[in-house]
Design a binder for this molecule. Structure first.
Ligand SMILES: [Mg+2]
Length: 388
């Protein structure tokens, strides 16, 4: 079996003004997807998705990665990951047993590698007629879900987060900064309101998207303690692992992070600095199935839990389900409450989410079929996704 073509298709969903949400990231204007398709001489096509600058990803997939992939056996996922990551030195990398990457090994390059890797695993599952999570080694058939949203200002957080709990979610996540902007008082008022809305037994998490400095994050974390916050996510910049470790040492609230980290090497640094309690790699950013499997195991070896970051695309929702079913340390699964039809309207088959759980699809590969009219329904629009 040989790879005959690799393509990247750009899609955009423009969020209607009345449904746009605001956080510390700015106002969410649109969502882009880069859908990667890997074709083979046996008629099996795999689908993947990368996350980053859409046009850069397309150029990287079709211009840089495709020539290295043509003619290769798509089921050799480790070999092809090394070939994409170490480039011209992939053969000595495999012969000597350590990677020898060149320049441009992180950022959008890694995201493009992730998009291809997801498609390769989809093909492998279809070839063996098994869902990807069984190829990886199944740990479970369902995983507890958490509702991810929480942008409402002030006391409105009570009905917003309470509404998620009413849908059956036993864990919910809110933003540290809502539509009313950031101050300690505003943040704590919203956290108190959320706790009133969900009651004492539903887990409550708070996400700062790396927007705070160390002293601010420590002060806010200490204020969160009495409200039983289950994790404080990305309290400081992902470029400041030492600062995140300082926050972690200063509070009893568990620290979660990882959606902005690339490769297992970034995670090794987080672990060495003792900066994290729950890791949250994004499969489209950190390096696809091949790399997420390693990251999950590195965390598992240290007793660190795993809750993948899941946002923006049905392909990534599907891929994340499979890694979640396989990683023994995965305890929670993110289900977006934002307006993201590129998650829910991407496939012919619906996702199975019931009673606060996400269930594994029992079909080969990722287990989902792209709708035929995606390009017409979600035509690509250039420009930033968030505007501050
Ligand atoms: Mg986050």
């Amino acid at each position: 079996m040989k790879i005959t073509d690799v393509t990247a298709t750009l899609l955009t969903y423009q969020i209607p003004p009345e449904r746009q949400w605001r956080t510390d990231l700015g106002v969410a204007k649109k969502t882009d997807n880069v859908i990667v398709e890997v074709e083979t001489d046996e008629g099996i096509t795999g689908i993947g998705c990368g996350q980053g600058h859409a046009e850069v990803l397309k150029a990287t997939v079709e211009g840089q990665l495709k020539p290295a992939l043509l003619g290769e056996d798509p089921t050799y996922t480790e070999r092809l990951w090394e070939k994409m990551y170490s480039g011209s030195r992939y053969q000595p990398s495999l012969d000597r047993g350590y990677s020898q990457p060149g320049h441009s090994r992180r950022g959008d390059t890694l995201a493009a590698i992730a998009g291809v890797d997801i498609a390769l695993w989809d093909i492998h599952g279809k070839v063996l007629n098994q869902p990807v999570y069984k190829l990886l080694g199944a740990a479970r058939d369902r995983v507890r879900a958490y509702a991810s949203g929480g942008w409402a200002p002030g006391d409105q957080a009570e009905t917003e987060l309470g509404g998620y709990a009413a849908k059956g979610f036993t864990a919910v996540k809110m933003r540290a900064e809502g539509r009313d902007g950031f101050s300690f008082e505003k943040s704590i008022r919203r956290i108190k309101a959320a706790r009133r809305g969900i009651g004492p037994d539903v887990e409550l998490m708070v996400d700062a998207h790396g927007s705070l400095d160390v002293t601010t994050a420590i002060r806010l974390a200490k204020m969160m303690e009495e409200h039983n916050v289950a994790w404080f996510e990305e309290p400081v910049s992902p470029d400041n692992h030492a600062g995140q470790a300082e926050v972690r040492r200063a509070t009893s609230v568990p620290i979660a992070s990882g959606e902005s980290e690339y490769t297992r090497f970034d995670y090794v640094d987080l672990f060495e600095k003792q900066a994290v309690d729950i890791i949250q790699p994004d499969i489209a950013i950190a390096g696809g199935f091949t790399e997420l499997r390693r990251i999950a195991m590195l965390g598992h070896a240290r007793g660190i839990r795993f809750a993948p970051h899941v946002w923006s695309s049905g392909v990534l929702f599907a891929a994340s389900i499979h890694i979640a079913m396989s990683a023994p340390n995965c305890h929670l699964f993110e289900v977006s409450q934002g307006t993201v039809p590129l998650i829910w309207e991407m496939f012919e088959e619906p996702f199975d989410i019931r009673d606060g759980y996400v269930y594994a699809p029992n079909r080969p590969g990722l287990g989902f079929t792209l709708r035929k009219d995606l390009k017409k329904r979600f035509p690509y629009v250039p420009g930033p996704n968030y505007v501050y």
